[in-house]
Design a protein around this ligand. Sequence first.
Ligand code: F6P
Length: 371
Amino acid sequence: MTKYIGILTSGGDSPGLNAAIRGVGKAALNHYGMQIIGFRDGFRGLMENRIMRLDGGELSDILTRGGTILGTSRDKPHRMPVGGKLLDMTDVIVGNYHDNHLDALVCLGGGGTQKNALRLKEKGLNVITLPKTIDNDVALTDITFGFDTALGIATDAIDRLHSTAHSHHRIIVVEIMGHRAGWLALGAGIAGGADVILIPEIPYEVASIAEAIRERSRRGKPFSIVAIAEGAISKQEHADMLTAQKKKANSKQKSGKKAEAEDAPETLYAEKTVRLAKQLELLTGLESRITILGHLQRGGIPSAADRLLATRLGTACTDLIHQGHYGVMVAAKGDGTRAVKLEEVAGKVKTVPPDHPWVLSARHVGTNMGD
Ligand code: F6P
C-alpha cells in the first residue's frame, strides 16, 4: 500500500535543509513509490494546512540551495500565536495530519523541534525527526547538519579578521552564534587560530583574557583575535545566573507551576560582546573592534559535508518509514545512522564538556579559554 508522508522544517533555518528534504523526498518517490507533501513555515503551516506539492520538479535543483524551500518558523503546536494570543493548536494539527491521510510526519529541526515532535507522538502521530542546526547542540547525534557550513563561514571570517587586526595592532572580538553551546565558536576558533576562545561552558574572567593579550604584546604580537560564542558569560554573570535560577525554581515550587525550558533566542548577546571589547581596550591599551557574524553563518550554499550528511539522514529516514519505525530522531553515528527514541532526545542539550578533546587541543596550542 502506498504510504503518504508530510514534511516540514521548523526553528531557525540551516544550510542543508533542502538537501535533507530532497533526500527524504527522492527516496520516498523514486525508491519506495511513496507520496510526499510539504507543509510551509513549520508547525504553523501544518496548523493552517498550507501545503506545498513535492511530487513534480520541486525536489530538483535544491541540493545546493541554502535556506528551506518550505519556509520555517519558530511556532510551537501548543503555544501558537493566533489572533494576538498564544493558543494550544495541537488538536488542529492532529486533525490536519489525519485529513491529509498521512502515514508519517517528518520534522526537520533542532532541540525545540524534538520536543514538539514528541508532543505530537504522544497524540498518536507517526513522527520522525532529523537533527539540523548550525549550533550542533542536539543530543545523541554525532553532528547536526548546518554545523559544518557555519563552521566554514566563521573560520573564513576569523582568517580575514587576522590580517586587519595584525595591520592595525588591534584586538578584534568576533561574536559567533551557537545559542547556549560553544561548538561553533570553539571549532571556528581553533580552525582560525583565535588567540582567545570564549564559550558558555567555560565562564570567563576578563582579567585573564587581558593578561593573555598583554603577554602576546610583550612577545611582539600586539594584536589578538577573541572568538566569543554568543552565549558565553563571565564568571560573575555565571554566579548571578545560578542565584537567579535557584530563586526562580523556589518560587515555581511554591506556586506549584511547572518550569518550561526556554527555546527562544536571546537578544542581549551583542551588548555583552561590545562590553567585553571596551573592557579589553581599557585593560590592554590596544584599540579594539567588534564583528558580529550573526545570520551570515546560516546563509548561503551548504558545504559538501552538510549535503552528504543531510542526504544520508534523509534517505535513512525514508528507510525507517518504509519499515514502519516511528517516534524517533535519525541520528548520525559514524558513517551510518541510528534511530534514537524522541523521549531520549527531547529536552536535552548537547553542550561542550569542559574537558572535551577540542578544548584540550585549544589549550595545548596556547589558546586562552578565558578561565
Ligand atoms: O539555533 C540557530 C541560531 O542561529 C542560534 O545560533 C541563534 O542564537 C539563533 O538561532 C538566532 O535565532 P533567530 O534567527 O530567530 O534570530
